[in-house]
Design a protein around this ligand. Sequence first.
Ligand code: AGP
Length: 364
Amino acid sequence: EAAGKSGYPHFMLKEIHEQPESLRQTLHGRVEEMAGRVTLEEFDRGAFADIERVQFVSMGTSHHAAMYAAAQLTARGLTANTYMAGEYADCPAPIDDSTLVVAVTQSGETADTMNAIRRARDAGARTLAVTNVVGSSVTRECDESLFIRAGPEIGVAATKTFSSQVVALTLLGERIAEDSTGVQRAEMRSLLSGLSDLPGDVQQVLDESTAADVAEALYGCDAYFFLGRGPAHAVALEGALKFKEISYEHAEGFAASELKHGPLALVTDNTPVFGVITGEDDLKTISNLKEVQARGAPVVVVAPANLADKVEFADYLLPVPETHPEVAGVLANVQLQLVSYHAADQLGRPIDKPRNLAKSVTVE
Ligand code: AGP
């Protein structure tokens, strides 16, 4: 097992550090940056011409990747909804001829997701699997598959597969949008340029992150909260899931807009709040963060370096390289992966095998 960790103390840390390479694999041959086009050999041009509605079914980290993708698709004018697969299996959403149901699952074996996709297929939906594992059960149940190519992930906590899921779903989303609603070529070029730079930008975060110091400074607090809006909401939820999963500390993610409607009552000077900012559109989150800071909460902001002057009020700043806002969330998530890892390590937790959890959940 030690040999498999390539010198890292845990598979999770190894897999976090593998992300520049796994993302290169996810992107390989799929991006034509100059032409502003995405090419997925699995799908001919026009393959999604009839699609008006996308329903994502998924669990856990995969669900957060799906939420990220749904926010992007909605911004492109498609109707995109996410369903926790276990809920969808019990109460499926109505489908019609223009509905595509996408199962997002790293392992391709998650029982809740399998059951949801069977319900969708039995109702006549077109089904597509987005998975890491070639030959997995979900690929046999779905009409079509798209592989995220992240390579094997051993740690129970999903890390590199979240990043590759978001990128693969972003590429799929662009293909769907191009075929159905049409895309703005200049906007597409800017997004694709951000994606092409992503492996190098992740490397920069890994090389320069001060997440270990932030985790140490905030050791032993009562609870840890994570805020974001749009795709950054998905990153906030993922940040909280990772934190609770491996540190066993209480952590929750919220939509920044939800804060004043209840969660604010939980905020004290012993509940650090992490704010995820991906671009100018997220600047509203800053007033939410100032509000929690005024109530004494230590505020950690994860934001692109070019917005540093807007977030200098933060008690701790975890910067990411300037990039397209829809890519910045992946970089912010890498910072949060590192915070969770170091918090759990400082607490002496069994990081790769957290109590009560399994890598693949094959019962409902
Ligand atoms: C993530 O850290 C978790 N271990 C868990 O939430 C996981 O993402 C979930 O069980 C879904 O698994 P899948 O992607 O293999 O379907």
